[in-house]
Design a protein around this ligand. Structure first.
Ligand code: BES
Ligand code: ZN
Length: 876
């Protein structure tokens, strides 16, 4: 038994001898002075004799004299700010059993978009404050003292005292309200068992619309006054998703109501608080006339994601943050399932490969981490909300589902949800249920993917009638790590009719393909044109490197339009990654790209353009003399599809073609295609005169804004000012984001500098800085780095949350491509490092070094120049 409060310091988790059962919480936010006061009464179960109660509190002033456990006043109260804990000591042992801990406290409604914070909006032309909570991952402790870990589930009963004219929402429905002059007191129903990070409160002025599910659950969307029409689309998606998940998880929606609300200042995209989901405006609001097709998709995916959490995350919660991916990987994967069923014409599962691609790209870094990652301090949690937990997590789930079969998988998930409802689970618990349900060795298979960082590249070689396979860990720096996986291999030969599957468990293995080839020869096919594709539809989280013969067969197959969209994406993505790792030449990548010349599908071209832009960027530094020709080659590749679509939308064209037009126009502008830039500028000027012109619909605006910015310089800056005018005039967050994403893309350093400084004015919300960072032109990277160094202390203070500060690091450092720069950056940060951005910094530096190595290798390619010219001639 502990003798002194000091013994509780420096621990990753709270001691387990006492746990909360029920919180009775009363909070009174003062929106004018940005402060709040509160009173908590927590029913606590003491399970082992102790003289101390240890719970979390941060940035709270706890009134020591108010603390009681039953009738007992504490003999000592210590708050350790660094550990974010409050230790309450008594002069005698607390008996095992239940007791109530009470205390009063006060805090500040901060401006950091975490804990209990202040967001601003304009009402009737006046600036107003609203009070909002964001508790995930570990910030409930900034609002009330609590056992702030996901496994300490308890019931919550809230009471709010707020100005009478405001709307006040929380997780549960209102039981009763009493008015007391300018202040009203609102009592909410008690919640079921839930984790602290899901508690939520929003207080402000809002409008709402309402609908209900087939089961009768009331669903509402709240927006700022005047924007409620923009909530209709999300409401519709929400109601349908709830109905769908109820069937899929075979469990009804667990709460009596669901509210969704748009918050003007919001650090993440959205947050799944139980029964009160909060969103950025861009992720919830959709306007037929003002939003783009890609905005629409983002809203649908985000709503479907957060509502999936109501089961996966809220009803069944990860036991500790090490298992965060159970929340995020699953919600991401399931959101695609829901959106595929609501909007089949979006080809959503093919678009899912965007997630797989981001996962594969990040996990090819030595500075990646395993899906299940050890967490030793609260400050480390936020940094793992990354592409590994989300995208790799979702991708290995898709891999497993495709291995087990959709039906078996769904049945097992439903039993898992039932078994762990209102409780917590670890990764292993899920494998156990899946194993029982399927009889397959799920645990062995999946452990290699979740406990080990990275993934394999499979080398495939044709040897007479055998396909020889060898696995090695893939790393973008060209080295090969020690990892070994159990890899679900799938393959097909010359058609999708005959497919083979097996588990590759060793370093090498062979697959007999005699009968494959025999069946095709019987069809009269010539052996030479036979193609073999591994990892059918990219369901596996790995890459494939084919030998020359197999690779040549695939190029022919792409040209002959024999391959699925997903396989075409996989081939170009793998080839790009292998080229970066110098396992394949840029020359051969350019030849492969040439096979995509006739492609007209959005999903495929979105990967092709991303590869093109990557090549164009590296060639600026690698082969400056050839850069213009390489850009022309890439322009020639994208131009046929772009010409077919033109700038003007056609009646009844598909959602994906609308997205494709915007994608191609943006890519052509970035590649410096003069005609597209000129046309963008022309349409921009028409738009300036007439904001309602049909010549520049929302889908095409980003392309026009970027085009205009390519022509802006200090001596000719009127279009920059015109863009600012558009920014200032619009009330739409999505339109604002399009402008912000363009401002820093000028080739003129001084303009880039000015755009970066614009971020520091109160015209740009802190949540939106990453748009400006994401748009920085290649020409502006040096000035951006100087700017970051000059302003580092201010930046760190103003954007303390991990995801926001990491954006500054990633966007500004990753574009560099030399060893010298990597050294310079490391030196600058040597004594400035913090856990919140440490991983981002290491990853960015690794990317810089990978580019440097790639450049060396490109410079030594003997045929590059000749190939570029040969391909240029072919295409014209
Ligand atoms: N639980 C997260 C929100 C979150 C992120 C909280 C990081 C704390 C730290 C939420 O469910 C989420 O994943 N939101 C995504 C949107 C989604 C469509 C991937 C986001 O915010 O980007
Ligand atoms: Zn999520």
């Amino acid at each position: 038994m502990a003798a002194s409060p000091e013994e509780f310091r420096g621990q990753a988790r709270l001691p387990r001898f006492a746990s909360p059962l029920r919180y009775d919480l009363r909070l009174r936010p003062d929106l004018a002075s940005c402060a709040f006061s509160g009173a908590a009464a927590v029913a606590v179960a003491v399970s082992a004799p102790t003289r101390f109660l240890v719970l979390n509190a941060a940035e709270l002033a706890v009134d020591r004299d108010s603390i009681r456990f039953q009738d007992l006043a504490p003999s000592e109260v210590v708050q350790f700010e660094e550990d974010e804990i409050l230790v309450v000591g008594f002069d005698r042992e607390l008996p095992v059993g239940e007791g109530v801990l009470t205390m009063d406290f006060t805090g500040t409604l901060n401006d950091q978009m975490r804990g209990f914070y202040r967001s601003k909006y304009v009402y009737n032309g006046e600036s107003r404050n609203m009070a909002v909570t964001q508790f995930e991952a570990a910030d409930a402790r900034r609002c009330f003292p609590c056992w702030d870990e996901p496994a300490f589930k308890a019931k919550f009963k809230l009471t709010l005292e707020v100005p009478s004219e405001l709307v006040a929402l929380s997780n549960m429905p209102v039981v009763s309200e009493t008015a007391n002059g300018p202040i009203k007191t609102i009592y909410y129903e008690e919640s079921p068992l839930m984790s602290t990070y899901l508690v939520a409160i929003v207080v402000g002025l809002f409008d709402y619309i309402e609908s209900s599910t087939l089961e009768g659950t009331k669903v509402r969307v709240y927006t700022q006054v005047g924007k409620i029409n923009q909530g209709k689309f999300a409401l519709d998606v929400a109601v349908k998703s709830l109905d769908l998940y109820k069937d899929y998880f075979a469990t009804p929606y667990p709460l009596p109501k669901l509210d969704m609300i748009a918050i003007p200042d919001f650090a993440a995209g959205a947050m799944e608080n139980y029964g009160l989901v909060t969103y950025r405006e861009t992720a919830l609001l959709y306007d037929e006339l003002l939003s783009s097709a890609s905005n629409k998709q983002q809203v649908a995916i985000t709503v479907a994601h957060e509502l999936a959490h109501q089961w996966f995350g809220n009803l069944v919660t990860m036991e500790w943050w090490t298992h965060l991916w159970l929340n995020e990987g699953f919600a991401s994967w399931v959101s695609y399932l829901a959106v595929e069923s609501l909007f089949p014409e979006w080809n959503n599962w093919t678009q899912f490969l965007d997630e797989t691609t981001s996962g594969l790209r990040l996990d090819a870094l030595a500075e990646s981490h395993p899906i299940e990652v050890e967490i030793n301090h609260a400050s480390e949690i936020d940094a793992i909300f990354d592409s590994i937990s989300y995208d790799k997590g979702a991708s290995v789930i898709r891999m497993l589902q495709s291995y087990l079969g959709a039906e078996r998988f769904q049945k097992a998930l439903a039993s898992y949800i039932k078994k762990y409802a209102y409780s917590n689970a670890k990764t292993e618990d899920l494998w156990t249920v899946l194993e029982e349900e399927s009889g397959e060795p799920v645990k062995d298979l999946m452990t290699t993917w979740t406990k080990q960082q990275g993934y394999p590249v499979i080398y495939a070689k044709l040897n007479e009638h055998d396909l020889e396979l060898e696995q090695a860990q893939f790393l973008s720096d060209g080295s090969s790590g020690p990892g070994m996986w159990i890899v679900p291999i799938t393959s097909c030969c010359d058609s999708y009719d005959v497919q083979k599957k097996f588990l590759l468990k060793d370093k090498t293995d062979k697959m007999q393909i005699k009968e494959f080839i025999a069946s095709q020869s019987a069809n009269g096919e010539n052996n030479q044109n036979i193609w073999i594709k591994l990892n059918i539809d990219q369901t596996g989280f790995y890459r494939v490197k084919y030998d020359d013969e197999l690779a040549a067969g695939l190029v022919i197959a792409i040209k002959a339009k024999k391959l699925s969209l997903m396989d075409k994406i996989g081939i170009v993505e793998d080839s790009y990654a292998l080229s970066i790792a110098c396992k394949q030449t840029l020359t051969s990548l350019l030849r492969l790209l040439n096979a995509y010349h006739d492609e007209s599908d959005y999903t495929v071209l979105s990967h092709v353009t991303s590869v093109c832009l990557g090549i164009s960027k590296i060639s600026v530094d690698a082969t400056p003399d050839l850069n213009k020709d390489i850009k022309q080659l890439l322009i020639n590749l994208l131009l046929p599809a772009a010409k077919k679509l033109g700038w003007d939308p056609k009646d009844s064209e598909s959602h994906l073609d609308i997205m494709l037009r915007s994608l191609l126009l943006i890519a052509l502008v970035r590649l410096g295609h003069h005609e597209t830039i000129n046309e963008g500028v022309r349409r921009f000027h028409i738009f300036l005169e007439d904001r309602k012109t049909s010549l520049l619909p929302p889908d095409n605006r980003k392309a026009a804004y970027l085009a205009v910015m390519r022509t802006v310089s200090t001596s000719s800056r009127s279009s920059y000012d015109a863009l600012l005018k558009i920014y200032r005039e619009t009330a739409e967050a999505q339109e604002k984001s399009r402008v912000l994403g363009s401002l820093s893309s000028s080739p003129d350093k001084d303009i880039v500098f000015e755009a970066l400084n614009f971020m520091f004015t109160d015209e740009v919300r802190n949540q939106d800085s990453f748009y400006i960072l994401g748009g920085i032109s290649l020409e502006g990277r040096e000035v951006a780095w100087i700017w970051l160094k000059q302003n580092w202390d201010y930046v760190l203070k103003t954007w303390p949350s991990s995801s926001l500060i990491s954006d500054f690091i990633n966007y500004i450092i990753s574009p560099f491509t030399s060893e010298e720069k990597a050294t310079e950056v490391s030196e600058f940060f040597a004594n400035r490092i913090k856990p919140s951005f440490q991983r981002a910094l290491k990853q960015s530096l690794e990317r810089v070094r990978i580019s440097a190595r790639w450049i060396d290798s490109i410079r030594s390619e003997p045929d590059l120049c000749q190939t570029v010219h040969e391909l240029l001639q072919q295409e014209v």
